[in-house]
Design a binder for this molecule. Structure first.
Ligand SMILES: [Zn+2]
Length: 189
């Protein structure tokens, strides 16, 4: 039995996006303005992988308005992640950062060959690194270090990292290597 929030059936529903838009019509019809400020109530920003199996709000007991959610492939800390965190902290008042990688991440099966193959196929080298990793735990440490050493972030005292187990739903905390900025990424300029 589908919940009211789930995608409704609609005759002649076309693309997936059409289905989402139809679902939004239902959502909006029951929506009331929560009157919230844009500043997250819990003053926390969560950086996580875009993986479809992670329901961040449910997994962390978060509610609407509680946090900033910054997601990308791998939940890695790229320049654009730092951009979002900088705006989150300097303009919207967050002070804590939670970093979440997970078991079975798609980035663990990729290498920087992905870029090379892409360049060969399309004739243009992407400006971004794939940020692939084999060891999620080590990549969490690197992500913690990237946040802690960013000159743009005023709040780096409460930065913690975790690996989410997609089979158990449980978080495992990863502690940063002492004094380390030991990086194993294939990040390139
Ligand atoms: Zn992932």
């Amino acid at each position: 039995m589908p919940s009211p929030e789930s995608v409704p059936s609609r005759p002649n529903a076309g693309s997936i996006t059409d289905r989402l838009v139809a679902a939004n019509e239902r959502y909006a019809s029951a929506f009331t303005d929560p009157g919230m400020d844009a500043r997250p109530v819990l003053k926390v920003a969560v950086v996580a992988c875009m993986d479809a199996r992670i329901d961040l709000h449910a997994a962390l007991g978060l509610h609407l308005g509680d946090c900033h959610t910054i997601r990308n492939a791998g939940g890695v800390v790229t320049d654009d992640t730092i951009r979002s965190l900088t705006i989150s902290q300097r303009a919207l008042g967050t002070e804590s950062v939670v970093l979440i990688h997970h078991t079975g991440c798609g980035l663990q099966s990729l290498t920087e060959d992905f870029r090379t193959d892409l360049e060969r196929e399309v004739g243009q080298r992407p400006t971004w690194a794939v940020e692939s990793f084999t060891d999620a735990e080590q990549d969490v440490r690197q992500s913690i270090n990237r946040v802690r050493t960013s000159p743009f972030l005023p709040h780096t005292g409460d930065v913690r990292g975790f690996v989410f187990d997609v089979r158990t739903g449980r978080l495992r905390e990863i502690t940063a290597a002492p004094g380390g900025t030991n990086r194993t990424s294939h990040r390139e300029p």
